[in-house]
Design a protein around this ligand. Sequence first.
Ligand code: 5GP
Length: 125
Amino acid sequence: MPVSGLGPYDPNNVFARILRGEIPCRKVYEDEFALAFHDINPQAPVHVLVIPKGAYVSFADFSAKASEAEIAGFFRAVGAVARALGLESEGYRLLANMGPASGQEVPHFHVHIFGGRPLGRMLAS
Ligand code: 5GP
């Protein structure tokens, strides 16, 4: 069920539980600002999620409320993860769903990194 992306933060969402170590994940990278792990239902040969450590519902929430250090740290981590995954030469795609029209399902801001094959058009339909 898509989420609004703008409501109050639910501390029991699945990514909050992964951050607290209550649910396992296949971790790729972690630093002060971000955690990256493989998506449980990959849509490409490489499909990794990068999430900020702070409690932000969506990109809208993160971009409006996160500190400059959090924003810089998070996006530097996204780049570091893609680099560490060996995707820079072939290229990759970043995607962040925000709110109902996007189909955002998990109400903790996250960026998808897709790679490992030609990714086709920007939108499926
Ligand atoms: P959204 O549609 O919110 O942008 O994407 C949520 C993503 O989280 C989906 O691609 C889904 O497969 C992934 N996901 C949902 N639950 C879990 C989980 O428990 N572990 C992992 N690793 N990924 C999850």
